[in-house]
Ligand binder design. Structure first.
Ligand code: GLN
Length: 312
């Protein structure tokens, strides 16, 4: 069954948008001034099928920083560049049940729990920085852009702010280094991490990136091969179990699709072999997930029967 006409994708997305848009609960991220300054009213939902059908409602072309959603894409690229064994030797695939910025490693391995929380993502940035050196950020930018199907940009002001205030992340990097999880230089690693978090995307970009993952690595609109098949499979698995921080269990239960959120207000969701979904709404709940984004995903997957274990 196709994700498009057969489901009435457009009318469901519209309906979902109308139902969710009145919820103004939650708070903007405020750990750097730039994030606290965005317009809290923005709300957009975009969906793209692997056949290339595209639906967008609301603020789907408004740019915001990708933040933690970069963790999923960077992990996929690291798996591809370095191979599964090497990456698994540095970062696990176990849900942590802790907040995204928790300072905690898996006690049995002395490695970060998974690549979707800061400790694991910083380790992955270190692997990429080690493999690509001075070209690391260019490589990430090229591949993120290929997944989005257009040339992306970085928000320099957010990047500088992240770098100036990121003491906790720098602290995590030092602990990773002392635990032996991180081989690369600490400064180069956190610099790459801050840069990748500061890449500007829109809800439409997230939907296209999601559709690229749903289409096992080939961008359905440009036909470019962006990610390897095996890396996509492994990345979606970790997104399913750990993509929504310490809300991941509830998300898997209720929404039932692999996803990744960021404190910029975006959520990227992947309906395997069918659909990429991107939402943007910057008010966050206490765990750092977009309030209206969660509401939209709940409604969409319910209405369209997209939960991974739905019978049809
Ligand atoms: N830049 C943020 C940080 O590292 C990203 C966190 C997030 O999106 N959850 O703290």
């Amino acid at each position: 069954q196709s994700a498009g006409g057969a489901y009435g994708l457009e009318s469901v997305v519209r309906h979902t948008y109308e139902r969710a848009r009145h919820d103004i609960s939650g708070e903007l991220a405020a750990y750097i001034p730039e994030l606290a300054r965005v317009d809290p009213e923005r709300f957009g939902i975009a969906a793209i099928s692997v056949e290339g059908e595209l639906v967008g409602v609301g603020d789907v072309e408004v740019p915001f920083t990708i933040q933690s959603i970069s963790k999923a894409l960077a992990y996929c690229l690291a798996l591809e560049a370095l191979g599964r064994e090497k990456v698994l030797a540095h970062v696990g695939v176990e849900p942590s049940g802790d907040a995204f910025n928790a300072i905690v490693f898996d006690p049995t391995t002395n490695r970060p729990y998974n690549p979707m929380v800061n400790a694991g993502a910083i380790t992955v940035s270190g692997l990429i920085a080690g493999a690509y050196g001075g070209e690391a950020f260019e490589m990430l930018m090229d591949r993120f852009s290929a997944a989005a199907g257009r040339r992306l940009d970085i928000d320099e002001t957010v990047y500088r702010s992240e770098a100036e205030t990121g003491h906790r992340n720098r602290g995590i990097a030092h602990l990773l280094k002392s635990a032996g999880a991180l081989d690369a230089d600490v400064d180069a690693t956190v610099d790459l991490y801050f840069r990748q978090c500061s890449i500007l995307v829109t809800a439409s970009d997230l939907a296209r990136m999601g559709a690229t993952l749903a289409n096992i690595g080939e961008n359905p609109l440009t036909r470019a091969t962006v990610f390897g098949v095996e890396a996509v499979r492994n990345t979606l698995s970790v997104m399913f179990t750990s993509g929504m921080y310490d809300f991941a269990g509830n998300w898997a239960f209720d929404v039932g699709v692999p996803a990744k959120s960021g404190v910029g207000g975006g959520i990227l969701g992947v309906v395997n072999r069918q659909l990429g979904i991107g939402t943007y709404s910057p008010r966050l709940d206490a765990k750092g997930n977009s309030v209206r984004g969660i509401a939209a995903f709940r409604e969409l997957t319910e209405e369209l029967g997209l939960h991974i274990f739905d019978p049809t």
